[in-house]
Design a binder for this molecule. Structure first.
Ligand SMILES: [Zn+2]
Length: 255
């Protein structure tokens, strides 16, 4: 979702008796969903799947909603453009023989393994699967991704922790879509396997971030100093991984 808050104070003069919680309208050919909430103080405007979402305080009239849309035409056009770009970027993974899949910043082809007795695997050149149907390919690819994630992440954690003398508990790989990694108070580290869908420097940043929590269990400036020790280029990577997070949300169905 590409959203932006418009700081637009509730104007008591234009409040009508509008009570519905959701209405629909069309603005220059674009569908608009208007949602009203009693708790909302500010106006929210967002674009999701080429639909405008307008969040309004309860009591706002539809006429004024339309005026608001007109007043923010440029913003709406910009959000629609951004949403189209995100949609292209978030095209679903292609689980077909010959399809190409991301892995640590590169793309690799899916090929059918024809040698009997061979297991599905990534061989450094391509993903080799033994199933030919999309559902079977998908299942095998997800297992391969998970195994690769466990190998790569364990390796990076071990190396970085050893270099900086940091201790930690267990390393677990999960399917989280809402966070890349976490560190418990006991020092156990959790990472989403989906990190291997990102370029490698971003995976390394997340490893550095979680290991830095072994020294600072917070996000204070001292914590970020620790992160910088472990990953000097962390600022840019942190920014980039936030953009990747948008893609991650579209991979939610990949468990
Ligand atoms: Zn953190």
């Amino acid at each position: 979702m590409c959203g932006e808050m418009v700081d637009f104070r509730r104007n008591r003069d234009i409040i009508s008796a509008m009570k519905s919680t959701e209405s629909h309208l069309c603005f220059e050919g674009v569908p608009v969903r208007v949602r009203f909430s009693a708790r909302r103080r500010r106006i929210g405007l967002a674009v999701e799947r080429q639909t405008v979402l307008l969040l309004l305080p309860e009591g706002f009239s539809m006429r004024n909603a339309e005026i608001l849309l007109h007043d923010h035409q440029n913003l709406i056009q910009r959000l629609l453009r951004q949403d189209r770009q995100v949609s292209v970027m978030e095209s679903p993974l292609d689980f077909r023989i010959g399809g190409r899949l991301p892995l640590l910043g590169e793309e690799y082809e899916i090929r059918l393994e024809t040698t009997p007795g061979k297991r599905p695997r990534f061989d450094g050149v391509c993903f080799r699967v033994t199933a030919a149907d999309p559902a079977g390919i998908r299942r095998q690819i997800l297992l391969i991704y998970r195994q690769l994630a466990a190998d790569v992440i364990n390796d990076r954690v071990e190396a970085l922790a050893a270099r900086h003398g940091i201790s930690y508990g267990t390393v677990k790989i999960n399917s989280a879509s809402s966070r890349w990694g976490s560190c418990s108070a006991a020092g156990n580290l959790n990472f989403s396997w989906k990190l291997v869908l990102c370029p490698e420097p971003l995976l390394e940043y997340v490893v550095a971030h979680e290991l830095a929590h072994r020294r600072q269990m917070n996000h204070s400036s001292r914590f970020w100093q620790e992160v910088e020790q472990l990953c000097p280029a962390y600022r840019l990577r942190r920014k980039l991984i936030r953009e990747e997070a948008r893609r991650l949300r579209s991979w939610r169905e990949l468990s």
